[in-house]
Design a protein around this ligand. Structure first.
Ligand code: PMV
Length: 309
């Protein structure tokens, strides 16, 4: 059996985080500048060996905990293919996607592993199955994921995502440039999501208005992306950010980065993902990216990525 490899991109949420948990649409897009990669090669000695040097894993599959995301990805793939006795192989996983930064590193690793293992066994799984299996693995990382990460990363296209509805991918009419800035503050998505849940119970009317506002913004944004009116996305990002501030999911570090991006000439900026820490995004003119990156670094960003959507 020949060696097989597969890669999957990172992702970023453009509009609608948090509101998406309550049935509003969100827009997310792949970030192909960062990738997870899985390589599967025959293991003449037999058995399945898993290596992921960046997280210090180098072990036979059967010695990994059952709930280990890599073990689960391999087991779910073998299960989906109905393989009871797999030929021996060595799986090696590497990634340039920053870990635990809201850039979809977990989903990308799962997608790459599922594709590489199923390809090696001669039965590449369909996108639909890859997406479903990745969602199962996302539950280990996120508890109750909305499903947006696995969908974007599997299809590698922008998605207009509504929980429990058929997947809608779409193509921008004109590409646009984003600079992603990492505040360097780790923030588990589940904590921010839990806090929003509690705040909504205390003030249901106010939170419903905030979520509705985010939904409206996501719908307008999709129309602008499909019409090629990319500059018009800037003010929508700014408004979405204000609604997230009112939901209390921003942080001093994110506010500093968002303000720095706007001051340096970004068309719009907002936090992205769960908030409280993690990343923000700035919409920039194609030749303005360098300046915004410098401004974000000066304002404390620990990492910046320029990507075209
Ligand atoms: O922090 P991230 O990028 O994994 O995004 C979380 C997005 C939320 O809407 C806050 C939660 C979810 O499951 O959709």
């Amino acid at each position: 059996m020949p060696s097989t490899s597969a890669s999957a991109p990172g992702k970023v949420i453009l509009f609608g985080e948090h509101a998406v948990v309550y049935g509003q649409p969100a827009i997310a897009a792949p970030v192909s500048q960062v990738q997870a990669k899985a390589v599967v090669m025959p293991n003449p000695a037999g058995g399945i060996q898993v290596a992921a040097p960046q997280i210090a894993v180098d072990s036979p599959l059967r010695e990994l905990p059952l709930e280990h995301a890599l073990a689960k990805a391999v087991e779910l793939t073998l299960g989906a293919l109905g393989v009871e006795r797999s030929p021996g192989f060595k799986l090696r996983v590497t990634s340039t996607i920053p870990l635990a930064a809201g850039l979809g590193s977990g989903a990308a690793v799962s997608v790459a592993v599922i594709r590489a293992v199923s390809g090696f066994l001669g039965h590449p799984l369909s996108d639909k199955t890859v997406n479903e299996l990745t969602f199962e693995i996302e539950k280990i990382h996120h508890g109750t994921p909305s499903g947006v990460d696995n969908t974007v990363v599997t299809y590698g296209l922008p998605v207009f995502f509504i929980k429990d509805q058929p997947i809608e991918t779409f193509k921008p009419k004109r590409p646009f440039t984003l600079v992603i800035g990492d505040s360097g503050v780790p923030s588990p998505t589940s904590v921010a999501v839990g806090d929003v849940r509690e705040a909504r119970l205390a003030e249901p009317g106010r939170y419903q208005r905030l979520f509705d506002g985010c939904g409206q913004i996501a719908r307008q944004a999709r129309a602008h992306i499909e019409d090629g009116q990319v500059e018009a996305l800037g003010p929508l990002m700014d408004r979405n950010h204000e609604l997230l501030v009112e939901m209390d999911v921003s942080s001093p570090e994110l506010e500093t980065l968002v303000a720095a991006a706007r001051q340096a000439g970004a068309w719009g900026a907002k936090l992205s993902g769960g908030g409280r820490g993690g990343n923000m995004i700035a919409l920039v003119s194609p030749d303005g990216a360098k300046q915004i990156r410098r401004a974000l670094q000066a304002a404390g960003a620990v990492n910046t990525i320029t990507t075209e959507i």
